[in-house]
Design a protein around this ligand. Structure first.
Ligand SMILES: [Cu+2]
Length: 142
């Protein structure tokens, strides 16, 4: 019975070591860039639904495997309504609006300031109607 405190101490030491490891891991992870890969194939996004954390930079790597140009525009309903009737042929100045030429890859980094759900859509003529629509869910959960 005399060695029980020693065993308990060893257990506590292990527990602290494990907890320290977990905390270090979480801290390290929170500094890593978040990368979300989206592939465009046959005028559809894959995956069509992604989940990202609130308030942290997310780098989207968008690969267009089609022999035609596409767009990736993320935003709220008002943003998309503007682009449906818009005349901008090429996007590149805003991180939330990306043109991806045929058989090419683009990256853009976006930090979402509000939780909720936004759509990403290709607004080239006919593409949205064909189904070139996706959803990004911004979550607060760790
Ligand atoms: Cu398209």
């Amino acid at each position: 019975m005399r060695f029980e405190p020693a065993v308990a101490g060893l257990g506590l030491g292990l527990a602290i070591a494990v907890l320290t490891g977990i905390v270090a891991n979480v801290v390290a992870r929170s500094n890593d860039p978040i990368v979300v890969e989206i592939t465009i194939h046959y005028s559809h996004y894959s995956p069509a639904s992604v989940s990202v954390p609130l308030g942290r930079p997310v780098t989207f790597v968008i690969t267009n495997t089609d022999p035609i140009d596409h767009e990736w525009i993320v935003g709220d309903a008002a943003t998309h309504e503007r682009h449906r009737t818009g005349t901008e042929p090429v996007h590149g100045a805003r991180p939330t609006e990306v043109s991806i030429p045929a058989l090419s890859q683009r990256r853009t980094t976006v930090t979402f300031p509000d939780p909720g759900s936004l759509q990403f859509i290709c607004h080239l003529p006919g593409h949205e109607a064909y189904g070139m629509v996706g959803t990004v869910t911004i979550t607060t959960g760790g």
